[in-house]
Ligand binder design. Structure first.
Ligand SMILES: [Zn+2]
Length: 137
């Protein structure tokens, strides 16, 4: 009886441990080791923590490591930003393996679509964390 309870408790802990919380995701990104989620139903991969697959709604999602090098899918230049975020910097949607991550391009750097970029840092503004990418020569 007590053994059964122990086993259930362990299983629950394992599930909780594998769940990608925002804190775990942010800590990994800050450490330069981006994490994402892969859906067990449809295979869709996201670069941000979600409770369920954004494509099919399945809760069968598993934490996966994402590569730190990717390709610029699209980009935009922020000419005027609110607060003290600077101005004239680029943001980019970066293909990281099977996932797509919105990031900021390092100050003073410029990228174009299809450029190869590498995760170099992270940037926090108003509680939101984004990856900072640099062009790779
Ligand atoms: Zn799915």
């Amino acid at each position: 009886m007590s053994n059964d309870t122990g086993a259930r408790s362990d299983a629950t802990e394992e599930n909780v441990d594998d769940r990608l919380t925002h804190d775990r995701w942010a800590a990994a990104l800050e450490a330069g080791e981006p994490l994402g989620l892969r859906c067990g139903e449809c295979g869709y991969v996201t670069a941000t923590p979600k409770a369920a697959c954004v494509r099919c709604g399945s809760r069968d999602v598993a934490t996966v490591s994402l590569p730190t090098t990717g390709t610029v899918y699209t980009k935009s230049t922020i000419e005027v930003a609110p607060g003290a975020q600077g101005s004239g910097y680029q943001i980019a949607l970066v293909d990281l393996g099977d996932a797509r991550m919105l990031g900021r391009i390092a100050d003073g750097q410029r990228v174009d679509i299809d450029d190869t970029v590498e995760l170099a840092d992270s940037y926090e503004y108003d509680g939101d964390l984004v990856g900072v990418f640099e062009p790779r020569q």
